[in-house]
Design a protein around this ligand. Structure first.
Ligand SMILES: [Zn+2]
Length: 173
């Protein structure tokens, strides 16, 4: 699977003799010229460890995961039973699209409570996107978002459906 969005970077990488890269020791994501690429991207195949300068460290997403922190929270509450599968599909699609564009955008955890779901994400824009997509697709919900700076920057969005009582716990993995 090719996850490289910026073709220009790919071409430049092929031409240039020596690349400066950072590789995550936990997930294998690669940072090159300010962009992140997945470990199975085309860029990974073009690393020449003899020529290129590769540094090894933990990527921001893995650091967040290890610390148990996150940059975005999405609460989706009181989803009517008959809309549950489509809402979950919207969420999944939003997550997949975002991760494809940037492998550092990840969902770290999905938890289920009796009023809904909570998603922890490594990126505030990912949380924003998920909320926006649900809001655009469903008429009967409202969103409330806050951006907190302390103690760590965190974007929180609450998507609340207006018909309570129909929530189903059935989260299929
Ligand atoms: Zn990583």
């Amino acid at each position: 699977m090719t996850l490289i969005k910026n073709r220009y970077v790919t071409t430049r990488a092929q031409v240039k003799k020596s690349k400066q890269l950072a590789l995550c020791t936990q997930c294998g994501d690669i940072q090159y010229k300010g962009f992140w690429y997945a470990s199975d991207s085309q860029l990974a195949l073009m690393i020449n460890e003899d020529k290129d300068s590769v540094s090894y460290s933990l990527c921001p997403a893995c650091q967040m995961q290890n610390k148990g922190s996150c940059a975005g929270l999405v609460h989706v509450k009181y989803v009517p039973k008959n809309m549950l599968s489509s809402v979950l599909a919207i969420m999944q699609k939003a997550v997949e699209q975002d991760s494809l564009e940037n492998p550092q955008h990840r969902v770290l955890e999905v938890s289920v409570a009796n009023d809904g779901y909570t998603l922890k994400t490594t990126s505030s824009s990912m949380a924003k996107n998920i909320g926006r997509k649900i809001l655009d697709a469903c008429e009967m919900c409202e969103a409330k978002s806050i951006y907190r700076k302390e103690p760590e920057s965190l974007y929180v969005t609450d998507i609340v459906f207006s018909i309570p009582g129909y929530f189903s716990q059935a989260l299929q993995k």
